[in-house]
Write a protein that binds this ligand. Structure first.
Ligand code: NDP
Length: 299
């Protein structure tokens, strides 16, 4: 049983590979670089999927919130192509495979849903067509479409902000919070759809293992929180004050207006189908998640 994982070298990918191996799967990562148990995208396109591949996952994607790179047309194209073109290539490889895998899981984001202080979104809510990020999610999701007559399950995970000690947002927040200079972002009233790294990898693994899981799953925790709730919970877990808010203008300066919306605005997202599918969260609440993310070393 082998799972092929595009973007498996990243934060989510490292945790996912470890979890899949614990569940008895072999893993092959598709990357831009050569490496052990790794293929490049070029060799995937030349050689196709390994014969023993039972599942294909694509979580590749250029880091949108890299503050070192300006939000230029060139960067936006890299953000799109690293998600849409890689997903398309994997779909093509599945169509060409002599023994197609049983399931194709791809990542998307809660940016599909329009930010709002009042709306509540489940997997069946509309969205995906109001700004750059929402259209990116729509294109990313449809890039993985397969013909109806192919017996390959399709699962799309719309992820919230992934929290874990060794990557993503926490890696950037740990030092300021440790030094006692952490604080809410902007007003702090914006929804903060979040998920622990163990659960985003857990949901993907659950989708691979369970034949009845199909379609969209919201990759967020069941406990809803605002940015302010998260800031207070993380400050408490670190035993530090959180009295230094990061002003809106600073976030807009660092990330430019279109991209800063990801941080300054948010959506209240409910994992309705994820819970109905039988997934049991390891970290369903903010308190246990923040305690885990406050550790000096990742577990
Ligand atoms: P990382 O940035 O840690 O890893 C993403 C991987 O994608 C990298 O390891 C890299 O693999 C590959 N990649 C990066 N740029 C490119 C590119 N230009 N072309 C092809 N491949 C590229 O991301 P995460 O693990 O945190 O996230 C995984 C996915 O989940 C991403 O698609 C992200 O958008 C999505 N997501 C993440 C959230 C989060 O909070 N972390 C929230 C919502 C969605 P290599 O260098 O080996 O080629």
């Amino acid at each position: 049983m082998r799972v092929v994982i595009g973007g498996g070298t990243g934060f989510v990918g490292r945790h996912l590979c470890r979890l899949l191996r614990e569940h008895g799967y072999r893993t092959t990562i598709i990357s831009r670089k050569e490496g052990p148990d790794q293929m490049t995208w070029n060799s995937l396109s030349e050689l196709g999927l390994p014969e023993d591949c039972t599942a294909v996952v694509n979580i590749a994607g250029e880091n949108i919130l890299n503050p070192m790179v300006r939000w230029s047309e060139e960067f936006k194209n890299a953000v799109i192509s690293s998600r849409v073109d890689t997903t398309k290539m994997m779909a093509e490889m599945i169509k060409k495979a002599r023994n197609p895998p049983k399931v194709f899981v791809t990542m998307s984001g809660v940016g599909y849903y329009e930010p709002s202080p009042t709306a509540e979104y489940t997997e069946s809510s509309t969205g995906g067509d109001f700004d750059f990020l929402s259209r990116l999610c729509t294109d990313w999701e449809s890039a993985g479409s397969l013909p109806d007559d192919m017996a390959v399950r399709r699962v799309i995970v719309r992820s919230g902000v992934v929290l874990g000690r060794d990557g993503g947002m926490i890696q950037q927040l740990f030092l300021p919070f440790f030094l006692g200079i952490g604080g809410k972002i902007g007003t702090g009233k914006q929804w903060f759809p979040w998920i622990h790294i163990a659960d985003i990898s857990g949901i993907i693994c659950h989708a691979i293992k369970n034949d009845d899981v199909t379609g969209i799953l919201n990759g967020v925790a069941p406990e809803m929180a605002t940015n302010s709730d998260f800031t207070q919970a993380y400050g408490r877990a670190m035993w530090r004050p959180t009295v230094f808010p990061i002003p809106t203008f600073m976030i807009k300066f660092m990330y430019q207006s279109e991209r800063s919306k990801i941080i300054l605005e948010g959506q209240k997202v409910i994992p309705k189908r994820t819970l109905e599918s039988g997934y049991k969260y390891v970290f369903p609440d903010l308190k246990s998640t923040c305690s885990d993310c406050a550790k000096l070393m990742s577990s």
